[in-house]
Design a protein around this ligand. Structure first.
Ligand SMILES: [Zn+2]
Length: 1118
């Protein structure tokens, strides 16, 4: 290797450097508790500040009458307003006054809408507000008809809204820190068992309200196999055995907090249940699906409904157990008596995610979903189904919270159901489905409405014999250009309608003309730049060697277009610690050349020619470079790194090459070296549950936002792979990836032996995935509603254009809509999402997705056509953005209030009259409480003692871009029994509910949530089973924390390993396995994911939360 620097053999890390004997950055911890000042970097992850304040010049329709944005952002220090749906930082932990929490004027969710009284409960200490009087509790609980529910009376810790109890858990990295990977994945995986809810179509009922316009798919095609994400080539699961030292944290000894349990006085047993008001069932929208096996009681009054006070009331019927041989866990035995009573409530009596998912699969999985009918609710994301595009975009591209929108904003405000769409413009389709056709309209470019600029689509109306068309979005009459003219048939349809994808399909692409290109110039093919941290930690962990080895082959798998023989993408390489090293890998060189840039304050790219090269042409030089890098830095003592200059350098290189592209950054530590973007350690757990907690999620400097803006302008997307041994400030380092449409991966305490497989799998998938560059997305709507808010990984410089330096098939953008006028039932409402992007071959294209929704004048129609999974996706993103500006307690309370309002509105306006003591849920939303509770007790909103600040920031970033299937399984994990079904059975075992009560100590279970994968082994599992799976003779010999199963030649072993492979293939991030033994200390980690149970951090159990929700609803109704 030639180093063209004055002192040739200079170590690449050329600068004089202090020699740190240890790798631990001594300078870490220097400013332990320092809290970063609120930074100007507000728009991270959300619309930029200006976004909410500035009316966009280009908006094609008149601003809504209510359009002026509230000045809530005004009081906010620079930038913070960007996130602002919540009020500013002065919001105290207590009740929100009406002043805070402003959103857009019409904003329902968190606005201080008229329906929001509940939120303002005066007490701060009571998680759910003041303890109800005993009478109230009694009445409520009676109404719930839940047996033995005394303990479910709201109480601070029990419901989880109090401060997290401090646990004596091991400090240090929670296993999570290494586990959070993320994932996404649009297509409903075949075996997918996550959950969902049967929001789809309400069972027929003779409801007072008229039936919605939902039309079930007509044709009954054969059930197709579902698609799983393609495995990465070369991916093998047989890597070296991986142990997980860093994941083993000693569990909190006695997690439960006895004393704090009960505040709600158990009232006298209510007479209520005797009425036998069929709670759920009466409300027929609600029959809870066909009764089946273990959960026979849906649709009928809670079984054994009696006394929620098992102590004072009549004895409840013995609780039903799904699993009779389930044994109480040791922890359970140690519970105080009151807590035990909680378990008396029959969990089978409350809506079950598993049941809903299964019902939907049975009802809707066998026929294709045909998109020809307006306002059809698609099957759940957990159902495996095929889609036939007949004029509306596939649910793989767009899912809505409701497929029937209230006609007026008043109705919408009353219902409080957020109107939002989760859009995944480049979603990958299963092979059985057809990718969008590419339409070429030649030099004239795609045909658009002259006024609103909407693109030609199946909903445009041709008139005057085909000479003109009326825009379906703005009603403008446009001339049809001569070259596009066609006659109409007797129905007014163009006779060539089925020859043109844009006239009969929901999704298609247009080739863009030069007018759609930057500087009126067709783009060059994009480039990938690999930027590798070669500081001490990176070398020592084995990362650099592993990465360089992997890259040698991976460069042959860069994304390519269709049948192209080789990828058009060029590659470049940079290494860095506190200086940067650029490499010339021009094909004519015998050896790569290194150029060192030590002036990181004023970054420039020292070479143009030879930096970005074609892989095939320069293969020998690239291979040589990748062989040399680990050797060159093998003896480095440099521990300090820079970060912003690295991104700057990559972006400048793309700029110099006049192309878009992607930077792959592999980074290990907090960038403390003197340079722009230098950071300090400001982690401070003491801030949790204080008003300053939000600062932990905010970037500590505005440098990265400024940098991100430049990257977006250049079409430079940044993917960040982090390998931290301690705090690295994910909140700040992820700003650029977030704003450029990139991805973040985190491997805490990375060691090659332990983490190789996960990292390499993620890297391969990330490098190979198809990505669009330099993209702009615009969502147009028909008159009456408009897009007002956006969530995801992107940048916005105005109120309508979502700018994405890069966008891959895993990323979603969630869009919220508001009324700006009246809608009508006849016309419905239309959405058109247009994504302008540069393909990986450098072709400029427009991808168009259209979706037509129904509109209603009856609230019941709204409630019959909701999609709870999508609603949760929206609410989680909304809440996770809210933590940037408000105390998490405020965020949680806001979610609870909104949920209560949604359900109270239903009860008041749509349900048949019945006792107020009954909890009545709309069929489509019967899982809203259980799922919402999972969001509320997630690590971001209610962290346990073992969750690090970086983990929380990381999860926040991941969730922001998740699609509906991902949020679904992330918040409510799948728990699969492995040893219950016959070994011969080839289908995935039916899932069980995520609760300890469902675990039998004689069985083995698998749990996954898209990021984490566990196998839980019961203490009484048969020896034969243990032998078959683990190759050891007894339970005690199984290694706790094992991360790879031995490859054994027997049916059980093959089946389980096959299942794991299949689950991994469905997710976009590699899930590392952890084997957990019952009663082992690692079990605490596993239990964190049993989301129906009360969590150690104080999160409410499902039953408790449902009781609380009932109380909130009753308060709203009274
Ligand atoms: Zn128009």
């Amino acid at each position: 290797m030639n180093v063209n620097q004055s002192a040739p053999p200079v170590p690449p890390f050329g600068q004089p450097q202090p020699v740190y004997p240890g790798y631990h950055q001594s300078s870490y911890g220097g400013q332990p508790g320092s809290t970063a000042p609120p930074t100007p970097c507000g728009s991270y992850n959300g619309p930029v500040p200006g976004y909410q304040q500035t009316p966009h010049p280009g908006v094609s329709r008149a601003p809504p009458s209510s359009g002026a944005l509230p000045s809530s952002t005004a009081q906010v220090p620079c930038g913070q307003g960007a996130y602002g749906q919540f009020g500013q930082g002065d919001v105290q932990n207590g009740p929100s006054s009406t002043v805070q929490m402003q959103r857009f004027p019409g904003s329902q969710p968190f606005g201080s809408a008229p329906l929001a009284p509940v939120v303002s409960q005066p007490t701060v200490l009571q998680p759910y507000g003041p303890p109800p009087t005993s009478a109230q509790v009694t009445a409520q609980l009676a109404g719930m008809q839940i047996s033995g529910a005394v303990a479910s009376a709201p109480h601070p810790s029990g419901l989880g809204y109090g401060p997290p109890t401090s646990l004596a858990s091991a400090s240090g990295s929670f296993p999570n820190s290494g586990l959070y990977g993320s994932y996404p994945q649009g297509q409903a995986p075949p075996l997918s068992q996550a959950q969902g809810h049967s929001g789809a179509h309400p069972p027929q009922r003779s409801a007072p309200q008229q039936a919605s316009s939902f039309t079930p798919p007509a044709s009954g095609g054969p059930r197709m196999p579902s698609v799983t994400g393609p495995l990465l080539q070369g991916q093998s699961f047989g890597g070296p055995p991986v142990s997980q030292p860093n994941h083993v944290s000693s569990p909190p000894p006695q997690a439960l907090h006895p004393g704090t349990q009960m505040t709600g006085p158990p009232g006298p047993p209510p007479p209520m249940h005797s009425s036998q008001q069929p709670g759920y069932q009466l409300q027929q929208n609600g029959s809870f699906g066909p009764a089946r096996g273990p959960q026979p009681n849906y649709g009928s009054p809670y079984p054994g409904a009696p006394p929620f006070s098992s102590q004072s009331g009549p004895q409840p019927l013995p609780p039903k157990r799904l699993d009779p041989d389930a044994i109480p866990s040791p922890q359970l035995n140690e519970l105080p008596p009151q807590q035990k009573t909680r378990h008396r409530i029959d969990p089978d009596a409350i809506p079950s995610p598993i049941q809903v998912i299964e019902d939907d699969r049975n009802n809707r999985g066998s026929e294709p979903f045909v998109t020809g009918v307006r306002g059809q609710v698609p099957p759940l994301v957990t159902t495996n189904f095929l889609v036939k595009d007949q004029g509306n975009a596939s649910p793989r591209y767009i899912r809505c919270t409701s497929y029937n929108i209230p006609c007026t904003s008043d109705m919408a405000k009353q219902a409080q159901v957020p109107l939002a769409a989760v859009i995944k413009p480049l979603a990958k389709l299963p092979p059985e489905e057809v990718s969008p056709y590419i339409v070429d309209h030649g030099e004239s470019g795609p045909l658009r409405c002259n006024r609103c600029k909407a693109y030609m689509c199946p909903f445009m109306q041709f008139i005057e014999g085909g000479r003109r068309f009326q825009c379906c979005f703005c009603s403008c009459i446009n001339d049809v250009p001569p070259q596009y003219f066609q006659h109409l048939d007797h129905t007014g349809k163009r006779v060539d309608a089925y020859d043109r994808p844009e006239l009969y399909l929901g999704s298609y692409e247009f080739l863009a003309t030069v007018d759609y290109c930057k500087n009126n110039k067709f783009p060059s093919p994009p480039a990938f730049i690999f930027m590798i941290d070669v500081s001490y930690n990176a070398i020592r962990s084995g990362l650099v060697r592993l990465l360089c080895e992997e890259l040698k082959s991976l460069v042959d798998f860069l994304p390519r277009e269709g049948g192209a023989e080789e990828s058009a993408i060029r590659v470049g390489f940079v290494t860095y610690n506190k200086v940067l090293h650029f490499y010339n890998v021009k094909s004519s060189l015998a050896q790569p050349q290194m150029m060192v840039v030590s002036d990181v304050a004023d970054m420039f790219v020292p070479l143009l020619d030879g930096f970005l090269v074609n892989v095939n042409e320069s293969r020998a030089v690239i291979t040589s470079l990748l062989d040399q890098i680990p050797e060159m830095f093998a003896d480095t003592r440099e521990t300090e790194t820079v970060f912003a200059p690295v991104i700057q350098a990559g972006m400048e290189a793309l700029k110099a090459a006049e192309c878009a592209g992607k930077l792959f950054l592999f980074h290990t530590s907090l960038p403390i070296a003197e340079a722009p973007g230098k950071l300090k350690n400001r982690d401070d757990r003491k801030l949790i549950n204080t008003d300053k907690e939000k600062t932990l999620f905010q970037p500590q400097t505005g440098v990265y936002q400024t940098l991100a803006k430049e990257c977006v302008a250049q079409g430079c997307c940044v993917d960040l792979f982090l390998f931290p041994n301690q705090y690295v400030d994910v909140a700040t380092l992820s700003v650029v990836p977030q704003l450029t449409g990139g991805s973040v991966y985190k491997y805490a305490c990375f060691q090659v032996e332990n983490d190789q497989e996960r990292f390499v799998s993620d890297l391969r998938r990330d490098v190979q995935k198809v990505v669009g560059f330099d993209a702009v997305m615009r969502v147009r709507t028909s008159t009456g509603i408009r897009a007002v808010d956006f969530f995801g990984a992107f940048y916005m410089s105005n109120t309508t254009d979502v700018e994405l330096a890069g966008l891959d098939g895993d990323k979603t953008v969630t869009v919220e809509f508001k009324h700006d006028d009246r809608l009508n039932e006849e016309n419905g409402a239309l959405l058109q999402c247009a994504l302008l992007y540069t393909s990986c071959a450098g072709q400029r294209r427009l991808r168009i997705h259209n979706l037509a929704l129904n509109c209603c004048t009856q609230l019941a129609d709204l409630y019959r056509n909701c999609e709870t999974d999508t609603l949760i996706n929206y609410m989680a993103k909304f809440a996770y953005r809210g933590v940037l500006n408000s105390p998490v307690k405020t965020v949680r309370d806001t979610l609870i209030t909104q949920c209560a309002q949604i359900l109270a509105c239903y009860r008041k306006n749509c349900a048949s009259p019945s006792s107020a003591g009954q909890l009545i849920l709309p069929e489509c939303m019967k899982l809203l409480p259980v799922y919402l509770n999972c969001v509320l007790k997630s690590d971001v909103l209610q962290p346990g003692a073992e969750v690090t600040t970086d983990d929380r920031a990381y999860v926040r970033v991941l969730v922001t871009s998740m699609d509906v299937a991902e949020t679904n399984v992330f918040f409510y994990p799948r728990l699969l029994p492995l040893t219950k079904s016959p070994i011969e059975s080839t289908t995935e075992p039916p899932a069980v509910r995520a609760s300890e009560e469902r675990l039998s100590n004689g069985d083995i279970y698998l749990l996954e949530n898209g990021l984490n994968l566990f196998i839980w082994v019961g203490a009484s599992v048969q020896q034969g089973v243990v032998q078959s799976l683990f190759s050891v003779s007894s339970f005690s010999q199984i290694t706790s924390g094992l991360s790879i199963l031995p490859v054994l030649d027997n049916p059980l072993s093959k089946k389980v390993r096959g299942l794991i492979d299949s689950l991994r293939a469905q997710r976009s991030r590699y899930m590392k396995l952890i084997v957990v033994k019952q009663e082992d200390k690692l079990e605490m980690l596993f239990k964190h994911f049993l989301v129906e149970d009360k969590s150690l951090s104080g999160g409410a159990s499902y039953v408790d939360f449902l009781c609380h929700m009932h109380k909130e609803i009753r308060q709203l109704l009274s």
